[in-house]
Design a protein around this ligand. Structure first.
Ligand code: E4P
Length: 294
């Protein structure tokens, strides 16, 4: 069990309550959980339903998702459970908000995940006005994080923004730099947005998230098990992080930009190729699993 708890809150990145329970037994606590459509589609009970020849209707899909988060909800601490709305590239802010409002009622500790797109930002802006907690997902740029800050100003609970480290690494850019840059940019802010390091693939990503004082990190159970096996190391003052790809080739640094957090959120460039790709992937994973009859 972990005795020296890091300041960064630890969330399980998954879609299976039993897995969350195993991590909780291993570490001694779980601060929160993030889910997404790809992870829910991998849930063992859903997989079993599919294997038995069942095709889920949209209503059944929603109920399965609800059951899963209701089982996870009591297992986690105050970082809550993030539930992602079903959005493709044409989903409007109003539609996301309707889903978000319903999902927010599923459990007492919900955070609603909206993508860092124009419509997602609008949905988030309306959500915080209704005291719905939000987690802005698929964040790949400092501009998107600046827009999250500006769109959710005045929120009465912390807003999460989720920079996706691993997916930037995958295309040769140093994803940890994005976390570093957002943290630095927010130093001039009012503290209402918390950085949730996501798409964590390695212990090194995790240690660097601790070192950069990310408020939260969401971590696949596999990486948490590796961290436990290594004796729960924490970064020391001299910790250095060298981003490298699978072949050991250094990753391209992402430069810090001076951005004015006081500008209206619509002024920031929101488009990012990986956000678009990420939305398409969530839709494809979910559809291909759930609509397939065995
Ligand atoms: C969490 O909120 C994200 O959906 C998750 O970390 C994405 O991770 P991946 O890039 O490994 O799919």
């Amino acid at each position: 069990m972990l005795t020296n708890k890091p300041k960064t809150k630890i969330l399980v990145d998954g879609g299976d309550p039993n897995e969350t329970l195993r991590v909780k037994n291993l570490i001694g606590f779980v601060d929160g959980q993030t889910t997404n459509p790809s992870l829910i589609a991998k849930n063992p009970e859903i997989q079993q339903l599919i294997a038995s020849g069942h095709t889920l209707s949209p209503e059944e899909e929603k109920n399965e998702y609800k059951k899963i988060v209701q089982s996870i909800s009591p297992l986690v601490g105050d970082a809550g459970v993030s539930i992602e709305v079903f959005a493709d590239l044409n989903t409007t802010a109003k539609d996301m908000l309707v889903q978000g409002q319903e999902m927010f009622r599923w459990i007492p500790n919900a955070y609603i995940k909206y993508p860092c797109t124009h419509e997602g930002l609008r949905a988030a802006q309306m959500s915080v006005q209704k005291s719905i907690r939000v987690n802005m997902t698929l964040c790949f740029s400092q501009e998107q994080a600046a827009a999250v800050y500006a769109a959710t100003k005045g929120s009465n609970s912390p807003v999460y923004v989720s920079p996706f480290v691993g997916r930037l690494d995958d295309r040769g850019e140093d994803g940890m730099d994005l976390v570093r840059n957002i943290k630095k940019m927010y130093e001039r802010g009012d503290g209402h947005v918390h950085v949730l390091a996501a798409s964590i693939r390695t212990i090194n990503h995790l240690l660097c998230s601790f070192f950069l004082c990310a408020e939260l990190a969401t971590v696949p159970s596999k990486v948490l098990h590796e961290w436990a096996s290594a004796g729960f190391p924490l970064p020391d003052k001299g910790f250095t992080y060298k981003g490298a790809d699978a072949n050991g080739k250094p990753l391209k640094p992402i430069q810090y930009k001076e951005l004015d957090l006081n500008l209206p959120w619509e002024n920031f460039e929101l488009a990012h190729e990986l956000t678009t790709k990420g939305i398409k992937k969530f839709v494809a994973d979910y559809e291909s699993t759930l609509r397939r009859s065995a």
